[in-house]
Design a protein around this ligand. Structure first.
Ligand code: ZN
Length: 171
């Protein structure tokens, strides 16, 4: 699997709910985990690998234990506000400050189809909001603080130029 890099239009797709947790989902989840660890990421949404399914892998500790694959996640409750720096595997080398909820409660299903309720704050809470945004086609630069946006303007332009150059012959 390859992680789509901004501004690949695939990143703007709104992912469809997973209807059935079958062999295909197991396989996608496996490959997503591998892709995330290879890229030293803490989270990855299926939309980032060009798959329009509401599937997220998360492992902020990177220790490969516990529940790491989440199906059809959504936020049911959020509290507080906090601005912290974040990055994204679809924007290699770019970091910026984003306002997020301080804590969130997420409902999701694991690969066994069991319903999970997860309360998360800190880095995990931030990662959840970031990944669920991906499933909705929302990118973290769209939520960056104005100051971070100014700092990163040139870098974002460079991503756009690189994408155009790489795809110039394909059209
Ligand atoms: Zn991301």
């Amino acid at each position: 699997m390859e992680v789509l890099i901004f501004p690949n239009p695939g990143l703007k797709c709104k992912a469809k709910p997973v209807e059935e947790i079958d062999e295909e989902i197991y396989q996608i989840a496996d490959e997503m985990l591998k892709t995330m660890y290879d890229a030293c990421g803490v989270g990855l949404a299926a939309t980032q690998v060009g798959i329009s399914k509401r599937l997220v892998v998360l492992d902020i500790e990177g220790n490969k234990v516990g529940e790491r694959v989440f199906v059809n996640p959504y936020i049911v409750e959020q509290q507080g506000e906090i601005i912290e720096e974040e990055g994204c595997l679809s924007f290699p080398g770019l970091v910026g400050k984003v306002m997020r909820s301080q804590s969130v409660t997420v409902i999701a299903f694991n690969l066994k189809g069991e319903r999970l309720q997860i309360k998360a704050d800190g880095l995990l809470g931030r990662a959840w909001q970031h990944e669920i945004d991906h499933l909705n086609g929302t990118l973290f630069i769209e939520k960056m603080t104005p100051a971070s946006m100014i700092t990163n303007k040139q870098k974002i332009k460079e991503f756009e130029t690189a994408y155009q150059e790489n795809n110039a012959g394909v059209r």
